[in-house]
Write a protein that binds this ligand. Structure first.
Ligand code: HEC
Length: 246
C-alpha cells in the first residue's frame, strides 16, 4: 500500500508556512467579500447587498441607465449631497439634454467624479469628461459588458486556480475518508467555473443571478472547510495508526 504524506509527516516549519498561507488566504477572502459588497451594494436603490443587485450587475436593469444605477449604488458616496444625486437622476429622466448638462450637471461631475473618471486617471472605467461620454451612460443599463466580463473572468480563473490548488494541496494532508476528500477538492473548482459561466448566462437570463450567488457561496464554504479542517488537523489532531487509505 503506498504511503501518502499526512500532516504528521511534515515538519513544524512546514506547518508554520502552511498556516501563514492559509491565514493570509482567509483574510484575503474576507476582503474579497467586502469588495463584492462595496462594488454591488445598493444597485437596486436599497441599502445592502441582495440577489437583485447581482442581477442588475450582470443583466442590467432595463428600466435604469448605467449612470443612474451607478449613482444610486456605490458611486453615490462620491456625491456631496442627496440634492446633487436627485439633480442627476432628474436630468436623466428628463431626457439627458445637453443644455441642462452644461449648466447643472457638468460642474457636479467636474468636482466629484472626473478625478477618477477621466482618460488621464488611467483607470479602466468610463470617462465622464465630455457630454458625449456622459450621454453614452444614460442609455438603459444592460449590465456588465462582455469585454468587462471576459477581463474579469480571465483574472479570476487564473488567480483562483492558484489559490484553490495550493489550499487543496495542504488539505490533502488531512486524514478523512478518501471519497470525502476527493469530492472536497473538486467542489471549489467546479463552483468557480459554474459561477463564472453564470455571469454570462445572467446577462440574458436574470434569474441566473441565483446560481451566481449559490455557486459563489459554495466556493466560499468549500474553501473555508478546507482551511478549517487543515488548520485543525495540522495542530490539534492526534495521530492515527490504523493505516487508513485516505
Ligand atoms: C475614487 C475614484 C472614483 C470616483 C471619485 C468616482 N468613481 Fe465612478 N467608478 C470608479 C471605479 C473604480 C469604477 C468601476 C468599479 C465599480 O463599478 O465599482 C467606477 C464605475 C462607475 C460607473 C460605471 C458603472 C458601470 O456600469 O460599469 C459609473 C457610471 C460611475 N462610476 C459614475 C461615477 C460618478 C457619477 C461619480 C461622481 C459622483 C464617480 N463615479 C466618482 C471610481 C470612481
Amino acid at each position: 500500500m503506498p504511503h501518502y504524506r499526512r500532516f504528521q509527516d511534515i515538519s513544524v516549519s512546514e506547518k508554520l508556512l502552511n498556516s501563514m498561507f492559509l491565514l493570509m488566504i482567509a483574510v484575503a477572502y474576507l476582503f474579497a467579500l467586502l469588495h463584492m459588497y462595496y462594488a454591488h451594494e445598493g444597485r437596486d436603490g436599497e441599502a445592502g447587498l441582495s440577489v437583485k443587485d447581482v442581477m442588475i450587475a450582470y443583466h442590467g436593469s432595463h428600466d435604469q441607465t448605467r449612470l443612474g444605477a451607478a449613482i444610486k449604488g456605490s458611486m453615490g458616496a462620491n456625491l456631496p449631497s442627496a440634492a446633487a444625486k436627485n439633480d442627476i437622476l432628474d436630468w436623466i429622466n428628463l431626457g439627458a439634454h445637453e443644455d441642462d448638462y452644461q449648466t447643472r450637471i457638468r460642474p457636479i461631475f467636474e468636482n466629484n467624479c472626473i478625478a477618477c473618471h477621466s482618460v488621464d486617471s488611467g483607470m479602466p472605467i468610463p470617462s465622464l469628461e465630455s457630454f458625449a461620454d456622459v450621454r453614452a451612460l444614460t442609455h438603459t443599463d444592460t449590465g456588465a459588458t462582455i469585454p468587462t466580463l471576459v477581463r474579469v473572468s480571465h483574472i479570476h480563473l487564473f488567480g483562483i486556480a492558484f489559490i484553490l490548488f495550493f489550499v487543496g494541496r495542504i488539505f490533502l494532508l488531512c486524514e478523512m475518508p478518501a471519497l470525502w476528500k476527493r469530492v472536497a477538492v473538486i467542489i471549489p473548482f467546479a463552483a468557480v467555473l459554474i459561477d463564472i459561466l453564470s455571469w454570462y448566462i445572467t446577462k440574458s437570463i436574470p434569474g441566473f443571478a441565483y446560481v451566481v450567488v449559490i455557486s459563489g457561496g459554495l466556493m466560499g464554504l468549500s474553501l473555508w472547510f478546507q482551511i478549517g479542517v487543515s488548520m485543525y488537523q495540522m495542530w490539534f489532531h492526534q495521530k492515527h495508526h490504523q493505516g487508513e487509505v485516505t
